[in-house]
Ligand binder design. Structure first.
Ligand code: GMT
Length: 375
């Protein structure tokens, strides 16, 4: 098929899922066209059936806010017409679903029929989309998509609670390329560069937004470190990084916490991680936790949003109430206290990711594209 993919080209989970999906579809012989404002960060190759079309914004001094949706929908029309695309798969409702609706209407005027699949990822519903500023347009664009999918059952329920949705939302879990994490293990895991053999390694990966509660990450780690020699790797960039660094300084644990910034080598970093920390305020799914689990890492997280659908309490890690740093630290210690327990959690985590493998999820998306085109 010929599929257009629209997403945020950043390190965020929705962009990562969209990019991995596009690359896998292209690998299977579909023609895939990414339509984004930058080349997606995880898009590490372009092939004869994998293309990138940049949405360029013309700056004009009259505009305090540049009209990105207009540029995006115009670009969608141009790419659909030029390459005969059958489906536009937009990831993250704002403003992509709205721009896709406009593109669809413009194409209709030209006698072309493109189908729109919208995938809801989380904050487009829970934090931003349901705000009165955007709610009307988000609800309209969800209801006017040909197919709507969400990345967890929890996000589906939340969407139905927050909006008046007339469409059936299909749940398609996020997925990972299991092999990528296995391969990272096959290369040399340079654990010794960061930690002593007797130390445990904890990792957190996020966009350091308030919803990630990075200060809780530091507090959990500080409590664990009092009992068990450990190191903490903080991967990512974002507005809360300065606060987290200050807390590390105040707690006098700077020698044991490394802020490594954004990375395209997450699989490698995860290969020497023992426990992944994700104490988020909410998380529609928690792709970062799934990636960690695929690399054989136990997860300590909150029990919010879709996290209980990914991290299984007492098996792949533990779930705690939001903000219960003490409980998270206690659980983390119980995992890393001896090698046998840690190994068991690591194995459980890895085994649990099988159901989220690319091989099982990709055909579901292909089926969705086919079905919506038959309508
Ligand atoms: O985690 C973020 O803040 C980024 C955000 C995004 O849209 O890029 O992530 C959301 O989508 C991911 C992929 O579906 C989910 O795994 C994350 O849980 C979700 N984030 C939140 O709900 C906070």
């Amino acid at each position: 098929m010929k599929i257009g993919i629209v997403c945020y080209p950043t390190f965020g989970g929705s962009g990562v899922v969209a990019t991995e999906l596009g690359m896998a579809l292209a690998n299977k012989g579909h023609e895939v066209h990414f339509i984004t404002y930058n080349q997606p960060v995880r898009l590490d190759f372009l092939s004869h059936n994998l293309h990138f079309h940049q949405v360029v914004i013309e700056e004009y001094p009259l505009f305090e806010y540049q009209p990105y949706e207009l540029a995006l929908s115009s670009k969608m029309v141009e790419v659909v017409r030029k390459h005969d695309l059958e489906v536009l798969h937009v990831h993250y409702a704002i403003p992509h679903a709205y721009a896709a609706y406009m593109a669809k209407q413009m194409l209709k005027e030209k006698g072309l029929d493109v189908r729109v699949v919208t995938t809801l990822h989380g904050t487009d519903i829970t934090l931003v989309g349901s705000h009165p500023t955007y709610k009307t347009a988000v609800e309209f664009s969800i209801n006017n998509s040909d197919v709507v999918t969400s990345v967890s059952n929890n996000l589906k329920d939340t969407t139905n609670k927050l909006f008046n949705i007339t469409k059936d939302i299909k749940v398609i879990y996020n997925f990972i390329d299991v092999e990528k994490y296995d391969n990272a293990h096959k290369e040399e895991c340079k654990r010794i560069a960061l930690a002593q053999p007797n130390e445990r390694i904890f990792t957190h990966v996020s966009n350091f937004r308030p919803v990630k509660r990075v200060e809780d990450v530091i507090k959990v780690f500080a409590a664990v470190r009092k009992e068990i020699p450990s190191k903490l790797l903080m991967i990512g960039e974002g507005p809360e990084r300065a606060k987290a660094e200050k807390l590390v300084k105040d707690l006098k644990i700077t020698d044991d916490v490394f802020f490594l910034g954004n990375s395209t080598e997450v699989a490698k970093i995860l290969c020497y991680t023992d426990v992944f920390l994700l104490p988020s305020q909410t998380e529609s799914f928690g792709l970062a936790a799934l990636e960690a689990m695929a690399a054989g890492t136990a997860v300590i997280s909150t029990n919010t949003g879709g996290l209980p659908e990914v991290n299984i309490h007492g098996q792949t890690g533990y779930l705690s109430n939001l903000g219960d740093v003490e409980d998270m630290a206690k659980n983390a210690i119980s995992i890393v206290k001896d090698d046998a327990t840690l190994e068991q959690f690591k194995q459980n985590a890895k085994a649990h990711t099988k159901q989220f493998s690319l091989d099982s999820i990709l055909p579901v998306y292909e089926e969705i594209y086919k079905s919506c085109y038959k309508k």
